[in-house]
Design a protein around this ligand. Sequence first.
Ligand code: RIB
Length: 314
Amino acid sequence: MVAKLKDVADLAGVSVTTVSRVINNYGSLSKKTIAKVHAAMRELNYQPNALARAMQGKPSKFIGLIFPNTTNPFFAELINDLEYRLFGLGYKTIIASSAENEQIEHDYLGMLMANQVDGIISSSHNLGIREYQQISSPIVSFDRYLAGNIPIVESDNYRGGQLAAEYIMNHGGKKIAVMIDEDTSVSPTLNRVQGAVDYLTEHHANYTPLDLKRTNFTQTFPGKYDAVIATNDVQALQIRNVAKRAGKVINQDFVVTGYDGSKMIRTVAPDLPTVVQPIDQIADELIETLMAKIKDPKQDLEPKQLPVSFHDPE
Ligand code: RIB
């Protein structure tokens, strides 16, 4: 029976990814690990897949997609749009959920490199800038400042924050809280908070920035606020549920705005006022930018910012 990669990994007592890294000489591996893998390969007379290695000089036609998760309706829709478009261009996709876990993201990046992907689209934000600067494959970022040389596609987060604040003010918000994610990445999404706070500071007579952390919302709610600007739709619906349990009447004595406007959310919660990101255009721009990087990895590409809109359920 022909030995497989997994057989080598089992015999050497390492992961399949580690065997791939040894074969492709990728990443920081100890001499001991390399020796174990080589010994297992000899014992099993393992021959790396000639076809796969022959392709090393040719495109693998694989694209890696790294996102924090695939469960958030916004990410789910964007990943679906990307996968469909890439398939039409003859690419297969490897989807990696970094799960806000730096080690998982590190291992996935290694696996993608070992599998010779032709390019990567990443919206994750775990790793330090250094890590992303060392990646050899063409890479494009959505919504995250990954590294100076990595092109970024985003929607106009600042304008989105302003639109949400304008809606809240026009719908009776007096004691307004702006949700802030404990997002430690250097991310353009922080601009949506800034847009909201700047708008309220300029237009709201007695607005005091009552920033609300995602983690402590239920403890401080609901007496203190009659309006909340959330940083995404899922969070907005959670806030709405907390308000309902506290006896508030939504869109009467309590108003919340969301952010993203995915098809799923707009179907299950059509009455949620929310900032709509142009997910299909984001997918088009990410792929167009990545294809340009694959064609000429050295070219510098300007950041792309797409306009947002607002879904007013009335
Ligand atoms: O809901 C997920 C959020 O993370 C979206 O707003 C998207 O912009 C990403 O930053």
